[in-house]
Structure formats: C-alpha cells, structure tokens
Design a protein around this ligand. Structure first.
Ligand code: KIV
Ligand code: ZN
Length: 520
C-alpha cells in the first residue's frame, strides 16, 4: 500500500471559504464570482466556493458559482450533520462537477471541550454523514479538523471510517498551524501506507508559525496528492498555504519534487490582483511570487547581474506567473548599468561619458524619493532635472471636498491649480468619494488622464502628519508621487498631483524627445 498514486497534485482552492472567513476578507457574491472566474482561468482542480449552511448569502454565492463556473469541481463545506449536508447539496445543485466537504473535530481538545463527544460517537457520526453525502453526490471529502493534534491511531480510525462510508478524499488539516515539515511528512507517510490507493490524501495547513507552505510541500513528500491553499495565502488568522507559492515551488523545483499541477501559472498574477482588488487588501510589497518586489531589482550589483543574465538573481521568469515584466526599479541603490539600460529603453542614445556626467544628478534625485521614474530620467537626460524634488508645471492652489450626508448628492471636489505659465484653472467634479472627485478634477485641469493604481497612506502619530504615496497610470505608463500633509485627504490629493505633474512634465519633454545626441 505504500505505492504512491500519481504525479499529479490537485490544487484545492479555499480562497472563497477559509480565505473569505478571515476578518477583513469577506466578499459579496459578485466579488466571489470575480475571484471564481480568476480561479477557473488558473485551472485549479477544485474551488471551495463557501460554506452553504453558514448563511443565506454563502449558500447563494455557492449556488451562483456552481451555476456559472464550468471546469473545476465546485465544493461546499459542511459540518457533520444532516442539515449542513443538505444545504451544501442544494447549493451545489447547478454544478457540473460537485463535491461535498464534511468535517468534524477529532483531536482530544475538539472532542472534549467543543463537541463533548466520545471517540466512538465521532466515528459513528463520520460514517453517517459521509454515507449521507455519498447518497447525494459521487465526490465526498472528509476532514478531520485539528488532525495534527489528534492521536495517530484515532486519526487513522476516523479516516478509515470515512473511506468505508465512501469518502474518496481525506483531508488532514493543521487547523492551528502547529506542525513542522518533518512531522507532517511522517504523518502522511503513515496514513497513505495504511489506506487504499484510490484515496487522495489532502493537506490543509495554516500559517500560524509561518510554515504553511513548507508543511504542505512536506505533506506532499509524504504522499499527499491534494494541497488546500488560497490565493495570496489568505485564511483564518495568519492564513492558509499560499496557492502561488506552493504551485511555483512544485513547478520551479520539479527536479526535486517530481510532481506537477494543472495550474496555468501565467494566470497567477491576475488572480492575485483580482483578489486584492475585490477585498481591498493590498499585497505586501515583498510577498513571494506576487509582491511588487518579487521581480524588481534596485541594488546596483543585482541590476548589473540581471542585465547580464536574468538568472543571476531570478529563479523564475516574471512572465511565467503573469507579471508584466521584470522591473529594474531605479533608486538610490541603482548603478550606472541600470540607469544606462533604462535610458536606452526610453529611446535615448547617450554616450558613456554622458551617463557618467548625469549619474551624480541621478543619485541626488534618488536620495529625495523612493523610486526614480521614467519621467525623472527623461528630465535628467534632457538636462532639465529639478534635483530639489519632483515639481512639474502644476501647483495646487485650492482644494474643497464635500460630502453632503443629508442630500442624496454625489460627493464632489472643487480644485484650483496654477500652471508655471501663470494660467489658473478651477474645476468641479463628482466622484464615488470626495478624493475620487478630486482626482477627477486634477485630471480635468491638467489634461492628464490619470488612473490611481496604488495609494498608500500612513498616519505618523508622533509627527501629526499623513504621508501619502500614489502611483498613477497614464495611458499604460506609471508615475509616482508622494506628499506629506496634516490632513489625510490633502495628502492623498497632493501625492496624486505630484504623480500627475510628472506625467505632464514627461509629456512636455516628449515634444522634445528626439534622440539626445551622443555626448550631448
Ligand atoms: O482549518 C481547518 O481545519 C479547516 C477545516 C474545516 C477543513 O478549515
Ligand atoms: Zn482551515
């Protein structure tokens, strides 16, 4: 029975169930559908769409996803009771491929403190609910909640009861993120050696000690052939095993694991972004695989290496996970090679001597900001650098923001700005909120069609100020601006203006953007 099953590791995505359960990540049915479409594009094996018995909203979301998403198996969680199993079955009705996922706690703590059930009662309940679920659907998964803290002999007894009643997937959750790679590998080796080969053992690890991905991969080494995971690693408390990390580990280190998934990795970035957008939870900059820094290099030595051969500092290509391109971020750590390469990619041909000459200006500018943008570089090359900061042609003169709570009116903003040439413009715009309205007014005044892409706001209590950083997309190009103000709205608008100003400066330079002669 030790003969291992297949080289295919199923990816069971629980973003919409365990992930959605976490504080700050709840999603409407529409939001869930957006994520479910991204999961379908990823080609995951199973989408756990929700917990139908938890609420009418959850049941509706499971049903909507079951009706619309064709491809992956659609699954609903259910406690080990008749009502939950029936609610799951009802919600899953429209699905072409469906799975009921029943669970009950098996550890001493769960049995005694939570369920107040004996071992025998739990085994009997498992048999009953799995058989009930199996009488409705073909595909039944059973989870022994808190499996990791369950006595081994009892865990095997529980798994065997579920298998005998018809479960074909047995999930062994590390509900509290307690295990270690060596321990979980050993546990899966034991379980898989003592179960029929048609049964898929599944791992479901939480990240309380930061080991969810490592533990999931170790479980796979021990014989698990399904990983339960979530996009961006969201889930209860510290989260679940991150889908993108587990999938890319199996892919990049195929030489080591010898296993594969059916995930289309080029869709990873899109799914990660979709989830961040609908839950309003930005992805940490340094997040593995999908963070903004995952393929960005600022240190001079690294930039030099990547320019010579990307593989010196990258183990996978940005395009394999759908990240638009590997970015050399220009900042104070960048070297001349990277600056020269970026200037060249912007369409300028400048001599080595010219790079040497402008490099001190570049470093001075980089000291004043987090990233040097393409617009800054153009201004440097064109001999137009303002090393005192990033002031473009527009200056803010007046900001009025209004939200009328009594009237049923849309929030609006009246903005006055002045151009370096003395021209003054005032524009009033409506928006979803007053800041959104202000952004629209700034765009109308400057003629720059900017769309806010990132807005980071930090209240520095000790200094009584708000620091804002905005990244604005203008027709496919990105400009960043930062500002510091006492008021949060003023800070947001000022950062937006700083970015838009760069776009305006870039456009002005663009008129002169004939190639700068070598040595100019
Ligand atoms: O963490 C856990 O134990 C779970 C189960 C319900 C599968 O999420
Ligand atoms: Zn969980």
């Amino acid at each position: 029975m030790t003969e291992l099953r297949t080289n295919h590791v199923k990816i069971f995505d629980t973003t919409l169930r365990d992930g959605e359960q976490a504080p700050g990540f709840s999603m409407s049915t529409d939001a869930k559908l957006i994520v479910a479409r991204a999961l379908k594009a990823l080609n995951v094996d199973v989408i756990e769409a929700g917990f139908a018995a938890a609420s009418p909203g959850d049941a509706a979301a499971v049903r909507t996803i079951a009706a619309e998403i064709d491809g992956p198996t659609i699954c609903s969680l259910a406690r080990a009771n008749r009502a939950d199993i029936e609610a799951a079955a009802l919600a899953l009705e429209p699905a072409r491929k469906k799975r009921i996922h029943a669970f009950i706690g098996t550890s001493p703590l769960h049995r005694e403190a939570k369920l107040k059930m004996s071992r025998a009662a739990i085994i009997a309940r498992i048999g009953e609910v799995v058989a009930l679920a199996r009488s409705i659907v073909e595909d039944v998964e059973f989870s022994a909640e808190d499996a990791i803290r369950t006595e081994r002999d009892f865990l095997l007894e529980a798994a065997t009861a579920a298998i005998e009643a018809g479960a074909t997937t047995i999930n062994i959750p590390d509900t509290v993120g307690y295990t270690t790679p060596e321990e979980i590998r050993d546990l899966f080796s034991f379980l898989t050696a003592n179960a029929p080969p048609h049964v898929v053992f599944s791992t479901h690890c939480h990240d309380d000690l930061g080991m969810a991905v490592a533990n999931s991969l170790a479980a796979v080494r021990g014989g698990a052939r399904q990983i339960e995971c979530a996009v961006n690693g969201i889930g209860e408390r510290a989260g679940n095993c991150s889908l993108e990390e587990a999938v890319m580990a199996l892919s990049v280190r195929r030489d080591f694991f010898g296993l594969s998934t059916q995930v289309d990795t080029t869709m990873i970035y899109q799914a990660s972004q979709a989830l961040a957008r609908v839950t309003h939870n930005p992805i940490p900059r340094n997040k593995a695989i999908v963070g903004r820094n995952a393929f960005a290099h600022e240190a001079g030595i690294h930039q030099h290496g990547v320019l010579a051969d990307r593989r010196t500092y990258e183990i996978m290509e940005a395009s394999t996970v759908g990240v638009p391109s590997n970015a050399l971020v220009l900042g104070k750590h960048s070297g001349k090679h990277a600056v020269a390469a970026r200037i060249k990619s912007l369409g300028f041909e400048v001599s080595h001597r010219r790079i040497e000459a402008l490099f001190p200006d570049f470093k001075r500018l980089a000291d004043t900001c987090r990233e040097v943008t393409d617009a800054d570089l153009v201004r440097l090359v064109a001999g137009d650098a303002k090393t005192d900061g990033r002031i473009g042609p527009w200056r803010m003169r007046k900001t009025e923001l209004r939200v009328d709570l009594e009237e049923d009116a849309r929030p609006f903003a009246r903005i006055t700005m002045e151009h370096d040439n003395g021209e003054r413009r005032t524009v009033t715009e409506e928006g979803d909120g007053p800041i959104d309205a202000a952004f629209a007014a700034v765009c109308a005044i400057t003629g720059v069609p900017g769309v806010i892409s990132v807005l980071d706001l930090h209240h520095v209590a000790t200094e009584g100020v708000v620091r804002a950083e905005a990244v604005v997309e203008v027709e496919g190009e990105y400009f960043s601006g930062k500002a510091e103000e006492v008021d949060i709205a003023d800070a947001a608008v000022a950062a937006f203006v700083a970015a838009v100003n760069q776009a305006a400066a870039m456009r002005a330079c663009g008129a002169r953007r004939v190639k700068v002669a070598a040595g100019a």
